[in-house]
Design a protein around this ligand. Structure first.
Ligand code: SF4
Ligand code: SF4
Length: 56
């Protein structure tokens, strides 16, 4: 299991600093989560203004 960032992402960057394992980085048009590093903690979803990180 891992979180994934949907196309609703507005690239605000808020989630990147919240991730305890630095699994989030800026991608092409949206931020992306490295599924191999994600701990499924939900911190990114908690700070996202548009609810883009969702559990896969
Ligand atoms: Fe990082 Fe947690 Fe979000 Fe996974 S669920 S990307 S570990 S903040
Ligand atoms: Fe995208 Fe939400 Fe992360 Fe902002 S907090 S970069 S809108 S996923």
């Amino acid at each position: 299991m891992a979180y994934v960032i949907s196309d609703d992402c507005i690239s605000c960057g808020a989630c990147e600093a919240e991730c305890p394992v630095s699994a989030i980085s800026e991608g092409d048009g949206k931020y992306v989560i490295n599924a191999d590093e994600c701990l499924d903690c939900g911190a990114c979803a908690g700070v996202c203004p548009v609810g883009a990180p969702v559990q896969e």
